[in-house]
Design a binder for this molecule. Sequence first.
Ligand code: GLN
Length: 454
Amino acid sequence: TNAYIAAVEAARPLNAFITETPDIALEQAKASDARYAKGEARPLDGMPMGIKDLFCTKGVLTTAASHILDGFKPTYESTITENLFRDGTVMLGKLNLDEFAMGSANITSYYGPVLNPWTAKDPAGAERKLVPGGSSGGSAASVSGRFAIAATGTDTGGSIRQPASFTGIVGCKPTYGRCSRWGTIAFASSLDQAGPMTRTVRDAALMLQSMAGFDPKDSTSVDMKMPDLLASLTGDIRGLRVGIPREYRVDGMPAEIERVWQQGIDWLKEAGATPVEVSLPHTKYALATYYVVAPAECSSNLARYDGVRFGLRVEGKDLAEMYENTRGEGFGKEVRRRILIGTYVLSAGYYDAYYLKAQKVRARIAEDFAKAFEQCDILLTPTAPSTAFAIGEKQDDPIAMYLNDVFTVPASLAGLPGISVPAGLASDGLPLGLQLIGRPFDEETLLRVAEVME
Ligand code: GLN
């Protein structure tokens, strides 16, 4: 723990942590030592991890990387952190993210951008600083940069899987309902899922085992027995049918991504699996559907930040002006854009044309997957359409930014488990990930195949 605390300090230029908690870490490490000495060690005892600053931690500043939560110290613990602490996790601190987890590059944080530990050279030979992906950018940077053993992430439309791909680590989004959302600051409640970001698939299995499980405090938490995830890592995928969705060969996809995808197919074939081409015909509507559903839910969830109950208050001459001042100053540009889009698509007169339509398409997308899983056991796709890009790139073009999510949002809309596994380096010397998508609640197959690919 001491070594990790020092590593966290040394990595400050990457801006991965919003709050460092070395005192809590040392206290938790001592408790781990004591249990260990008594022969009562728990599965995660002494593991120094980072916690995305979207999880409420009792008595510890929790910001969602937003100005509006200034000074907010929750009086309760999120179920995810409670589960991790129960099993011995040591918390190094709270990790930076896109404001309220809205973004794909960790550049919308009130606390400034996070840098990817990986860098690239531009044609002139100068070093380019890269984004770590987002929204779990601090989590990805801390694990990739080796100043946390693992980190928690959340994934609404790709925020665990895409940064994992950009930083060369493993990131797993479990099935919707596996991990409790209680005490996790809400972005889009029908999509939000917590998951592990780790160096290896085995670590992801170990960590998810602790994070997941039924929680009566979350009405969408699923009351199902958790399988033994470590036991599922048998290394044997013989006879498994791996679906390759035709529609993921999107126009303009770099040849590089295509090559890595093919390589992934070959690896699984060599291990005894059979690739089968499948069709997910509504894939092309997924991004548009997501960017109606997610902002709609966010506009509703973020209504609670009114200057009265949490964090920042900017006074005004009356209550209405205080609301306006607080929300105008407290939310960043991207969050305000999403609230406006969400309010628009939910408003009377537009609801049927946008929100209701999006919900119907969402059902079609889920049906596509259910049909595909009649022909295969798991799907293999790229995680993201590019490697990490430079800080500043795509910054003023929200549509270009949203396109990052083209491969991750379909599984989110269908609530399916997904994982991004490192698949080598692209010609620019940067890591690329491949995504596996599993049947609902079949994290066992997901992790088993992921481990074979690693
Ligand atoms: N990039 C997507 C968005 O901006 C996904 C974010 C997430 O998964 N939290 O909404």
